[in-house]
Design a protein around this ligand. Structure first.
Ligand code: SAM
Length: 458
């Protein structure tokens, strides 16, 4: 991923990001940083870039021309997502960090003085982002905050691929307290439970600590967590049918759109997918009333709701069956060489996984969601987690079939999913016999009904 920063102080950006984890990632070329001095593009012969604001008022403004020319020099006409850091922008959070981490290139524009002439912002900026409700003297620190949070999500930057996956905010909860050696320091002992070796007890203690912390420090975040949990509990009465909705809530991907008795809808803003179940027609209409206009896909498993959607501009894309793995024990993985794939496997995947198109493949690869099986160093097949949480994309090259590679890939992903505390589930088209047999072989349970993926047409 490449970051371009348009700034009056490029040396501040390079110094600020040149050390530690981000510095190492830069040295390894996992990310690239390009700090551009806006002043280099001014046409004013003394290098001036600012002027007085029309209508009066304190301070100076950066003029439109040097910003526009610097941006053109960097992007060369390509449509690159361009973030203006400003206290007037969308609040920066972990969700936005994840969204930005999927870009291949990002421009960050730093203001100074009183800001930048609005006309150039209208021309080049795609997003306005604030790092908090306070005023900084310039945008450089804000740009560095964003780059740090985004870069650490780029696969490989943290080294340990799981360490970015269980942190504060991932599930609307703040992280639990952590301790390292010595066991006793200034008469303070590490909590006994952490020395017990009992993983279940440790996980329970950590969850309790997270809950306490979030409740006292961030009551609104805690309330959101509580609402999700209560809906997840309600949905768990029909766990097999509702696992897709429960998992989107548990993984922090979905927000509650509507809930009332047996009617519920969850919306996944990053993927524009809505998952819904309705007790009756009134419930279905209540969901439709609340569905955001941007929602592109809806997943349902009730005929009535499917029909209602068809009457309101949706069409069935395909149907599938849903299987879930309800055990906590991990599965044996026979094939040993399975690894996380990155963009180097893009062409290989695109040639073999056509269903959702190259943009989707790129997004999944850069999100660290795809694993490959290697035979004598050659990539022989892959599997991935879809953006809404189900496992899929399974493919094994013809030459390597009937050797148990598909089973190994799926067992491997089941284990990774369990490690993260989630329930593995898959959706399989009813005519895909090899996959249906594989789910049975691995001990998955089938949920009763058919599921329809509905696409918005009008
Ligand atoms: N007059 C501007 C206003 O009231 O919105 C504030 C200008 S500020 C002194 C100068 C620059 O610092 C801004 O153009 C912006 O790039 C950056 N900046 C200041 N506070 C920020 C924040 N909380 N988040 C992101 N950028 C910020």
């Amino acid at each position: 991923m490449k970051f371009h920063v348009l700034t009056l102080f490029p040396e501040m950006i390079c110094q600020g990001l040149g050390t530690g984890v981000i510095g190492r990632a830069l040295n390894k070329n996992l990310i690239a940083l390009h700090a551009v001095n806006i002043r280099d593009y001014t046409l004013e012969k003394h290098g001036k870039v600012d002027d007085y604001p029309y209508g009066g008022g304190a301070g100076m403004l950066i003029q439109a021309q040097p910003v526009y020319d610097a941006h053109r020099a960097v992007c060369g006409g390509r449509p690159v997502r361009t973030v203006y850091v400003t206290p007037q922008g969308r609040p920066f959070d972990q969700r936005l960090a994840r969204e930005l981490a999927r870009e291949e290139e990002l421009v960050l524009l730093c203001g100074h003085y009183e800001g930048i002439d609005e006309r150039v912002l209208e021309e080049v900026v795609t997003d306005r982002v604030s790092i908090g409700d306070y005023i900084l003297t310039g945008g450089e620190l804000a740009a560095m905050v964003i780059i740090d949070a985004v870069a650490r999500l780029v696969p490989g930057v943290l080294g340990n691929e799981t360490s970015a996956q269980e942190e504060s905010f991932d599930n609307d909860l703040l992280e639990y307290p952590q301790y390292t050696r010595p066991e006793v320091w200034r008469d303070k002992a590490v909590p006994q439970v952490l020395l017990s070796g009992d993983h279940n007890r440790i996980a329970g203690w950590r969850l309790e600590q997270s809950l306490q912390r979030t409740r006292s420090v961030r009551p609104q975040l805690y309330e959101r967590y509580r609402q999700r949990q209560s809906l997840a509990k309600r949905l768990s009465r029909e766990k097999r049918s509702n696992i897709h909705m429960m998992e989107s809530l548990a993984r922090g991907l979905g927000e509650i759109l509507y809930e009332n008795g047996d009617t519920a809808a969850v919306y996944l803003p990053e993927s524009r997918i809505c998952m819904a179940c309705a007790a009756d027609g009134a419930g279905g209409r209540a969901i439709l009333d609340r569905m955001p206009r941007e929602a592109e896909l809806v997943v349902v498993h009730q005929e009535g709701l499917k029909q209602l959607l068809e009457e309101t501009g949706f069409q069935a894309l395909f149907s599938c069956r849903q299987f879930l793995y309800t055990q906590r024990k991990t599965l044996p993985v026979r094939h040993k060489d399975i690894r996380l794939l990155g963009m180097e496997s893009f062409a290989y995947l695109c040639a073999r996984y056509e269903m959702d198109g190259p943009e989707y493949v790129r997004e999944r690869l850069t999100s660290g969601a795809v694993y490959g099986a290697f035979v004598e160093g050659e990539l022989a097949g892959f599997i991935g987690t879809h953006r809404e949480g189900s496992m899929g994309m399974l493919y094994v090259d013809e030459a390597y079939r009937r050797q148990g590679l598909a089973a190994s890939l799926e067992a491997y992903l089941v284990n990774r999913t369990l490690e993260r505390g989630f329930t593995p589930y898959v959706q399989v088209k009813p005519d895909n016999l090899p996959s249906l047999q594989l789910q049975e072989k691995l001990g998955f349970y089938q949920a009763g009904p058919l599921y329809w993926w509905m696409e918005r047409h009008s």
